[in-house]
Write a protein that binds this ligand. Sequence first.
Ligand code: PLP
Length: 419
Amino acid sequence: MHSPLGEQLPQLQAEYAAQQAKGLKLDLTRGKPAPEQLSLSDALMELPGLVPHVSDEGFDIRNYGGGEGLIELRRIFGELYGIPPTQLLALANASLQLMHDALMFAYVFGVPGGEKPWGKEEKLKFICPVPGYDRHFAITEALGFELIPVPMHDDGPDADMIAELVANDSAIKGMWIVPTYSNPSGATTSLEVARKLVSMPTAAPDFRIFWDDAYALHPLTENPPASLPILELAAEAGNPDRVFFFASTSKITYAGSGVAFFAASPANLAWLKQRMAVQTIGPDKINQLRHALHLKNPDGVRAHMAKHRDILAPKFAAMDRVLTQRLGDYPEVATWTKPEGGYFISLDVLPGTAARVVELAKGAGVALTPAGSTWPYGKDPNDSNIRLAPSMATVPQVEASADILATCILLAAAKTSGS
Ligand code: PLP
């Protein structure tokens, strides 16, 4: 057993000063792929055989049109996501933009099954599982939704709490969810929770689940489970229009130069296509063809993701190893998740100390995502959650960062217990 933290304060202060003196510059802020991960797709820069090219559907990919995206690519990803290619659109480069557009379209024009545009409602609310993804929260915050936090558990968001909320409040128009290896806890939504979400009665007739499966194909382990066929589950539950599915190749090929996907029921697809026909004359099919040629088929994607896993898994293991060595004896002061996929670890420190930990870490050269960013409005009421993103750093950098972070966590806690 360890001595009380308050008594360790002088020793922790000396340790922190020694770490500061090293003058390191480390960054665990955002979940970006590391350069060696990006290099796995450098064939995209020089693939032969791109022109002239007529797609399997018979049109010249160099021209306008093909608004649903290249069928060659939709077939590959349809199989991986458990969605018929006819229900999966391959669109622009960023799924976040699609989520933003879908919400804007709902706000301005309404969605199938709704009585009026969302923006014409007196009050708008949106369910936000916490800890969650700051950029999701930012979109709904920008549109004036009231953001309602709901706990994220190991098997997905608290479906019973959500069911109770949405049953009685027609202002709640939708919810965010990252169903697989969520950002930031790494939790994967179970079949049981998914079934509850697609079958629960909702006071709003036009309630939508923004099912952002950004990490569906990003396991850190071998033999991961297949994606939940969420559109099928929604249809089986009698609510085929409830789900908007989003995903992208941002963390498969190039972040920012990949392909984003949207999938939904036939009614929702017709709705989105109608809106998008006003917005664009078609997506970048050349980039889509590059992706189809590079990734080849579903097994090609799986093999490619195994290479990502080989790069990423040691970084996650390093973080866990050092945190366990340094903090394993202090479960009252720090707990963290052990994701089996995705890009993040969710760390909970002694309530009331997260912001101080982030500040201390910065002082010793470790940049962390601001405390509070995993909560709506950037405000964690417990001031305890911190998102860790180990992907960009090298293994030695992850180890050094985790060591400094551990000192900061103990120091912040020792000061609290000593005061
Ligand atoms: N969704 C989640 C849950 C993410 O974590 C991220 C990036 O970190 C994105 C979406 C962004 O995806 P895209 O690059 O397709 O916009």
